[in-house]
Design a protein around this ligand. Structure first.
Ligand SMILES: Nc1ncnc2c1ncn2[C@@H]1O[C@H](COP(=O)(O)OP(=O)(O)OP(=O)(O)O)[C@@H](O)[C@H]1O
Length: 417
């Protein structure tokens, strides 16, 4: 029964719509969507009623309760812990509001895209792997003597691959020379990606491979430190993929342990066949992480942990790998400077030095930019404050990601047709 008390004059017209969920044959399917773009109804000149609109930002989970209108949907935000969201009725949610439908948002994105000034791509380079004009052609060993390079260690008889200094350095120094799609030249990702991603709850069956764990963070935030600590503590559970390189094998090294040592021709062939998640050049030699190496770790029943540049996430987002992305961010300014008082940063294969103020400023700025641009892909954000505490937290996040229910894109959970 409807009971109203108000002081109105004139005619009030009510439109009574039967409860869609109860009228058989006409039930509205509730779907869960992750927002991949930001939306503010008060800035939307097309909104039929801005005050009834619902604002959302990238990465937020929306429960779409009504899609009967082609242009405007009704949805509510599901609020939960950043990592795991329960779909149970008890989970906390906001009031429903109006949001633009996917097609409506897509046409807005297109408008936005066309209205953007033409961007000149400065990243495009010849397609051959080696021989860039700006490449520093020095022998691989010149700055990376075998003794200095051995950051990797053996724990419980298991070799920790992927921590050699040259491998870490190529990612930093050859960044400008890489030929993946260039994030700095390309238009804002939110103008091109689908505005919503339908998600569903997924629990990994014990017989299935583990989900790929991706650590993401600004250089020097501590991604390698955390990754190494985690693997050292649990070498039989966690592993990083063995990288590939064209540099010659040195005494004491084994192919498939420190690196897969391959020829430049084979490396180039693998590049052409999209076998690398990331690759690049350092001191005239090629280094890369291949999809085969990742598969190798997963097939052995271990959890594969990699750290990649943010623009490499997209190609890794597949049904097969079901990646779980953890963004490592720096703590508050004072804690960052305090915790890193005795830390040293890697400059070259031989050199390290203490953090300087400009390193902290760079780190904070880069973290902010990564978060701003890629937050829709993060499954969890971990603040790397006190190291031991961060390691413990990282361990428990990964365990939850592998063992408990998580939201993933529906396309990753659908059975093959
Ligand atoms: N929580 C922490 N507390 C104190 N020192 C830390 C912490 N995390 C990382 N460090 C130190 O900060 C320095 C940089 O960390 P690390 O080398 O892991 O950064 P990175 O993000 O992997 O960067 P790179 O791009 O240099 O590989 C290292 O000396 C590391 O030991």
């Amino acid at each position: 029964m409807l009971c109203l008390q108000m002081k109105s004059c004139g005619t009030i017209l009510f439109k009574v719509i039967p409860d869609a969920a109860q009228s058989s044959g006409n039930s509205q399917k509730t779907v869960f969507m992750k927002a991949m773009v930001d939306y503010c109804p008060l800035l939307d000149t097309c909104s039929p009623c801005p005050p009834a609109g619902m604002m959302f930002s990238r990465g937020e989970l929306l429960q779409v309760v009504d899609q009967s209108d082609a242009r405007w949907w009704q949805a509510r935000k599901i609020i939960s812990s950043p990592m795991k969201i329960s779909s149970s009725p008890s989970s906390s949610s906001t009031c429903a509001g109006i949001i633009p439908s996917a097609s409506m948002l897509r046409s807005k994105q297109r408008e936005n895209w066309w209205s953007q000034p033409l961007q000149v791509h400065t990243c495009i380079k010849p397609l051959t792997v080696g021989g860039n004009a700006d490449n520093i052609q020095t022998p691989a060993d010149e700055n990376c003597p075998a003794t200095d390079e051995a950051d990797s260690e053996v724990t419980d008889g298991i070799y920790l691959a992927g921590f050699r200094r040259s491998f870490r350095l190529w990612r930093r120094t050859s960044y400008r020379r890489r030929r993946q799609s260039c994030s700095s030249c390309s238009p804002d990702t939110s103008t091109l990606c689908p505005p919503y991603e339908e998600v569903a709850l997924y629990q990994r069956p014990p017989q299935e491979n583990h989900r790929l764990i991706i650590l993401l963070g600004a250089t020097r935030v501590g991604v390698n430190e955390l990754r190494k600590n985690l693997i050292k503590l649990n070498p039989s559970s966690f592993q990083s993929p063995v990288p590939h390189t064209t540099r010659p094998m040195r005494a004491g090294e084994q192919t498939g342990r420190e690196y897969h040592f391959i020829t430049r021709e084979l490396f180039e062939y693998m590049v052409c066949n999209h076998r690398f998640v990331e690759y690049g050049e350092f001191k005239g030699q090629l280094y890369g992480t291949s999809t085969d190496s990742i598969d190798d770790v997963l097939r052995r029943g271990r959890m594969c942990i990699i750290d990649v540049e943010p623009h490499s996430i997209q190609p890794l987002r597949s049904k097969k790998l079901k990646p779980f992305v953890i963004f490592i961010k720096p703590p508050a300014a004072d804690r960052l400077r305090e915790t890193r008082r005795n830390a040293r940063i890697l400059l070259s294969c031989r050199e390290t030095r203490e953090f300087r103020e400009e390193d902290f400023v760079n780190l904070e700025e880069t973290s902010r930019l990564i978060e701003e641009k890629y937050k829709q892909f993060f499954d969890f954000t971990l603040e790397n404050n006190e190291l031991q505490e961060s390691c413990r937290k990282l361990y428990s996040i990964i365990k939850e990601a592998q063992e408990e229910e998580q939201w993933i894109p529906v396309s990753w959970s659908r059975e093959e047709e």
